[in-house]
Write a protein of this length. Sequence first.
Length: 86
Amino acid sequence: MDYIEMIGFIAAFLTTAAFLPQVYKTWKTKDVSALSLPMLLMFLVGIILWLVYALYIPSPSMIVTNTITIVSAFFLIYFKIKYGKT
């Protein structure tokens, strides 16, 4: 693994890890009032496109972390729909 890919793994780890506390907090509190469904949907589509790009390059760091972020974003969308006011 070259040093550029290592930098990619570190950056990807930090940005993915920064997102996980929000998922955990939302899961524990079930408070989704501050979450915007349109933003979450645009974010999910963007991350899916990043994953497609990463698969095309290929970039292992982007593949791994974008896959994890897709799952996290999916959970936030699920929580927003399940716990949001109807």
